[in-house]
Ligand binder design. Structure first.
Ligand SMILES: NC(=O)c1ccc[n+]([C@@H]2O[C@H](COP(=O)([O-])OP(=O)(O)OC[C@H]3O[C@@H](n4cnc5c(N)ncnc54)[C@H](O)[C@@H]3O)[C@@H](O)[C@H]2O)c1
Length: 318
């Protein structure tokens, strides 16, 4: 038996991180119910899981479907379903409100009614906004996100904390750095590979050279971190950062992708960007302190560049 029980629900189960989490939970002999509306997730990511007797999949939408039946007897909810696209928030402010805040509120209400004992939430480094302390610890404040996405996730964190304190549901929240690895469908690596396949001579890069500097973490390190934190958290509400201990500039990522594709002489064309970031709402620098989770026994296996290299090779082999 794990510290979070034997029967769990994973929302966003068919997504990038969710599907890896499902696989790791099943490997630990946990019974897993997967929920996803398949808006961006893919059933093929659950190919292995669907062969396992301890896994059930339900295609449901958190913003409108009834969630009471699916929560019966569940020891812990791992809530990963969301609209994770930071860039889209500048053009469509409603989507992050609905898919992140409303979806989380409806799920928390259903958990309250079902008396679900534990709630584990996938949050993000973007809740910090532009910071003046790096590596940024979990108790940094004030939290002033600069994107609709970061704002919506911070609102979710506040809701999770309130539900925990008011209704006795223990919760753990994870603020991830940029997660990369197999089954990812949208990030800077996909963008570069796609552009370079169309034109290997030129690469348009959002921002000004050398671009933003951020921590990248491989999905395997991320899922290990979620499991360690969910298992060992002791307070009513706990927050953990998950990231690698260093950062990578966008310029370095471009060099890695060009190198892995075996290209030479590719010209980088920087667009100039917005306020030193790539687009409106893009944080310029992000490096998280992970000491808190490390004290519980977790450590990332890969550096930012190693994670980016491995993830690039995965994309190229698809
Ligand atoms: N990938 C990253 O770099 C990163 C960084 C920080 C935080 N996160 C967070 O981690 C979580 C997982 O992200 P991901 O990269 O795997 O994204 P993803 O888009 O691959 O997964 C999200 C899943 O949620 C599902 N979904 C969306 N809205 C839904 C709804 N209303 N009802 C049911 N299912 C719904 C989608 O179909 C998808 O399968 C998200 O909460 C995201 O905000 C991701």
């Amino acid at each position: 038996m794990t510290g979070f029980g034997r029967d769990v629900l994973v929302t966003g189960a068919a997504g990038f991180i969710g599907s890896h989490l499902v696989d790791s939970l099943l490997a630990r002999r946990v019974n897993v119910i997967g929920l996803d509306n398949l808006s961006s997730g893919k059933e093929e990511f659950l190919k292995e899981a669907l062969l396992n007797d301890r896994f059930q999949f339900h295609r449901l939408d958190l913003t409108e479907d009834d969630l009471s039946d699916i929560l019966k007897g569940v020891d812990a909810v791992f809530h990963l379903a969301a609209n994770p696209d930071v860039r889209s928030g500048a053009l469509d402010t409603r989507s992050h409100f609905d898919q992140n805040i409303l979806a989380t509120y409806r799920l928390l209400e259903a958990c309250r009614e079902a008396k679900t004992p534990r709630f584990i939430f996938a949050s993000t480094s973007t809740v910090y906004g532009e910071v003046d302390i790096m590596p940024t610890p979990e108790d940094y404040g004030p939290l002033l996100p600069i994107s609709m996405y970061g704002a919506s996730k911070l609102a979710c964190e506040a809701l999770v904390s309130a539900y925990s304190h008011q209704y006795g549901m223990r919760s753990v929240m994870f603020r991830f750095a940029n997660v990369v690895g197999p089954r990812s469908t949208h990030n800077v690596l996909h963008d570069f590979v796609h552009k370079l396949r169309q034109d290997p001579k030129r690469l348009e890069i959002l921002g000004a050279e050398p671009g933003t500097s951020k921590s990248y973490i491989h999905v395997s390190d991320t899922v290990n971190g979620i499991l360690v934190g969910a298992e060992k958290a002791s307070d009513m509400v706990e927050v953990f950062n998950i990231g690698s201990r260093d950062w990578t500039f966008v310029k370095d990522i471009a060099d890695i992708v060009v190198g892995k594709m075996g290209l030479q002489g590719t010209e980088f064309r920087w667009t100039g960007g917005v306020n030193g970031g790539g687009w409106v709402g893009d944080v310029r620098k992000m490096l998280l302190s992970t000491k808190k989770l490390e004290k519980l026994g977790w450590a990332p296996d890969l550096t930012s560049s190693e994670a980016v290299e491995l993830a690039t090779m995965d994309i190229l082999s698809e």
